[in-house]
Design a protein around this ligand. Structure first.
Ligand code: UD1
Length: 424
């Protein structure tokens, strides 16, 4: 397993480009199953997770042309040859479960392994399945597999989600575009990735309106063509770099960061005393490293609230604030695994249920630490950038799932990060 060595060495300066959003790309890739003509995605992030989704699509009969390292991926689902997504392919990455809805809508049946839990919580898929049942699908769960059938096609339905779920909203949209009649999704998620999916589906001939609001309407159509679509910039990757610069101090242009997607983070950074300048094509983050970081209380919420996927990174920043902050996690039940690892670097964090009390310390000190999940891993990288000495972050395969060329991007701004390949 690879590991990273990071030498904390002062402010970051320069420009960091933002890649296409992993969380959007995965659902757009699933959408290719709905399209009779090629779907071409540009700004595709080259990540373990997106490559993994490409392998699953190939196993279902989709022709995928995506040369290694390229940002353009062409998918053509002219003939779907299998409707079975086996456990071995689904367990590695939850978003592969999102092929169920498109297969059901296009072919009328599918057998997809349940994704199971993950480190940050149980993460059930009950809302996804209830949405398909409301659209007329018969669902049976047998031996860890969801067997779904709607042999005469899905029909439009009025679905009121009991709470906001990004995955269930996207999955219901993916199925509803080829259903007979209108589907109304109430209490739908408003995340920017939902808007990206709707724009792409509409370019393929779908009729989706209301995306970006809590009520989405989908008028079913008989078939989808294809299109060429540019994946939205990754707001979580962008936000992570903004927080990294806030922590180290310096002056960095985060190229491609969209202020409209990062409002809650920008507010919190400004409250912490960080300068955030909104420029035409990105965000400029500045902080004089000699000035203290002010403590800021945050709680995670569905968009446009503070994103759970930036909670760990913001906690890393609060570890070196001049005072005490409280961080509350409202989306996932077990998303503080980074807290004990940050404490190994000298942070003072007390976790009580879904709240972490972070007492800022003047200095963090290097130590070996272990990455536990995707966003937790990168919070350790941020802490290591400001820690005194050389930190080793072990088990970084989590990072490779969601951050493209992280060490190269930070390295160009002066960070001292090296990858050690293949070590245990
Ligand atoms: C997506 C993102 C993830 C992000 C999360 C919240 C992808 C690939 N992942 O995950 O990075 O952290 O949104 O912004 O896009 N829930 C249920 N039943 C369901 C579905 C969800 O109980 O059927 C619960 C979850 O366990 C969680 C909450 O609802 O506690 C929100 O989860 P959801 O918004 O669905 O997250 P994901 O789509 O899995």
């Amino acid at each position: 397993m690879d590991k990273l060595s990071i030498l904390g060495n002062g402010p970051l300066e320069g420009r960091i480009p933002v890649s296409g959003a992993k969380n959007s790309a995965l659902k757009l890739m699933a959408a290719s199953l709905l399209c009779e003509e090629p779907l071409v995605l540009t700004s595709m992030p080259n990540l373990a997770d997106t490559r993994f989704m490409a392998d699953l699509l190939k196993s279902l009969g989709v022709e995928v042309e995506w040369p290694k390292g390229e940002a353009l991926c062409r998918m053509h689902a002219a003939n779907i040859t299998s409707t079975i997504a086996p456990y071995d392919l689904v367990r590695k990455m939850r978003a592969t479960f999102n092929v169920l809805g498109p297969l059901l809508a296009r072919v009328g049946h599918a057998t997809v392994s349940l994704p199971g839990g993950c480190a940050i919580g149980a993460r059930p898929v009950d809302l996804h399945l209830k949405a398909f049942e409301a659209m007329g699908a018969d669902i049976v769960i047998e031996q860890g597999y969801v067997k779904a059938a709607a042999l005469r096609g899905l029909k439009g339905a009025h679905i009121v989600f009991p709470f906001v779920s990004v995955g269930a909203t996207e999955h219901a949209m993916l199925a509803a575009v080829l259903a007979h009649g209108e589907t109304i999704l109430e209490n739908a998620a408003c995340e920017p990735e939902i808007g990206d999916l709707a724009i792409c589906l509409n370019a393929c001939g779908a009729k989706v309106t209301g995306h970006g609001t809590p009520v989405i309407r989908v008028q079913g159509v008989a078939k989808l063509t294809g299109t060429r679509h540019d994946v939205i910039a990754d707001r979580i990757e962008a936000g992570t770099f903004c927080i990294a610069v806030a922590a180290t101090g310096g002056n960095v242009f985060v190229d491609g960061a969209r202020a409209e997607d990062l409002g809650a983070l920008i507010d919190c950074l400004q409250q912490a005393g960080v300068t955030v300048e909104v420029e035409a094509k990105g965000l400029r983050i500045k902080r004089d490293p000699s000035k203290p970081i002010k403590p800021v209380d945050v709680q995670t919420q569905p968009h446009p609230g503070f994103p759970t996927d930036l909670q760990a990174q913001f906690m890393a920043l609060m570890c070196i604030a001049d005072g005490t902050s409280t961080i509350r996690e409202n989306i996932f039940e077990n998303r503080f695994m980074h807290a004990p690892e940050l404490s190994r670097l000298g942070a003072n964090i007390t976790v009580r249920g879904n709240e972490a009390i972070v007492k800022g310390v003047p200095k963090l000190r290097a130590a070996p630490v272990m990455a536990t999940d995707l966003r937790a891993s990168v919070s350790l990288v941020i802490a290591a950038l400001v820690a005194e000495g050389e930190t080793t972050v072990n088990r970084i395969y989590h990072l490779d799932r969601g951050f493209e060329r992280l060490e190269e991007k930070l390295g160009r701004c002066g960070a001292k990060i090296t990858r050690q390949e293949g070590s245990a």
